[in-house]
Write a protein of this length. Structure first.
Length: 295
């Protein structure tokens, strides 16, 4: 039986007056079990139950906070990054299919990052160079100081830099930003199935390092598999266990035993060793599958 999930209302990141208060409140919201997540996702998909959608969103706010923290180096307010990430989370909930066999946390990461990336690119010019009074003056006055629409020549760059009190390289940088064309981050977030999305800028903007949640999931998966392997080995008889270990689970630097070597040790044919190995592997696979299902 699925237990009801009581999720409190939570204002927008800036509404509490202190981003730390918002983060603390979000972190107090309980995580969903897989059963609860599946139930809420199906209620939203099949019945358009907005309360179910709210439960999915609220329980994953801490994920948005963690992802948004990785983008603080761009100089944008943490609250704004979180708010944009929350929009991505809501889009993910809307498109989440509980029958795909994946948890919402894995599905939502792409949508959260896509919205944050789009927000950064919309605001990156001002954030990147207009951080001082002189740079802001350069940003708003460069176009009017240019005598034509052509690129500034070296003499004009020096003249503008002297007039506005900035470095010549800052003038060149700002002119490049002002004349550059905006590029859609992902070719349209709603069209991710199209071929064009695979070559969109988001594919080379993403951090190649594993996200903390990915690392945690990988470690948990590895632990469960290791425990399942040990349980599966324990279920074998001594001869079968030894054959499997010497054929597949040798230590680094050691060589695996051949069928003929094991056949000589046990006084049977190589074909008999192969049959024992195949039967043991089949039994282990079934045991590990049951262990992962009940984990």
């Amino acid at each position: 039986m699925t237990h009801a999930l009581m999720v409190p209302d939570l204002p927008a990141p800036g509404a509490l007056g202190n981003i730390d208060s918002y983060i603390q409140a979000a972190n107090r919201i309980p995580l969903l079990t897989e059963e609860q997540e599946q139930s809420l996702a199906r209620r939203f998909r099949d019945e358009e139950d907005l309360e179910a959608a709210r439960g999915l969103v609220m329980s994953h706010l801490r994920l948005v906070i963690a992802i948004a923290r990785g983008y603080l180096g761009y100089g944008l307010p943490h609250a704004d990054l979180i708010q944009e990430g929350n929009i991505g989370l809501m889009k993910a909930v809307k498109r989440f299919d509980p029958d795909r066999g994946v948890r919402l946390v894995s599905f939502a990461i792409h949508w959260i990052k896509a919205e944050i990336h789009e927000y950064i690119l919309r605001n990156w010019r001002l954030v990147k160079v207009a951080t001082t009074k002189a740079q802001r003056k350069l940003f708003f006055n460069l176009r009017s100081l240019k005598r034509s629409s052509n690129t500034l020549n070296p003499a004009e760059v020096l003249e503008v830099a002297k007039t506005l009190g900035v470095k010549p390289e800052e003038v060149v940088e700002m002119e490049t930003r002002l004349t550059g064309q905006d590029v859609a981050l992902d070719g349209g977030v709603d069209d991710d199935e199209r071929d064009g999305a695979r070559v969109a800028p988001i594919n080379w903007l993403s951090d190649s390092a594993a996200a903390p949640l990915d690392v945690m999931e990988a470690e948990q998966d590895g632990r469960l598999r290791e425990e399942g392997l040990q349980s599966a080995l324990a279920a074998l008889d001594d001869r079968s266990r030894t054959i499997v270990q010497r054929r597949w689970l040798v230590q680094e630097g050691e060589s695996t035993a051949t069928l003929h070597e094991l056949a000589a040790e046990y006084g049977v044919s190589a074909e008999r060793i192969r049959q024992i190995e195949a039967k043991a592997m089949q039994k282990m696979k079934a045991t590990m599958h049951r262990a992962l299902e009940t984990a």
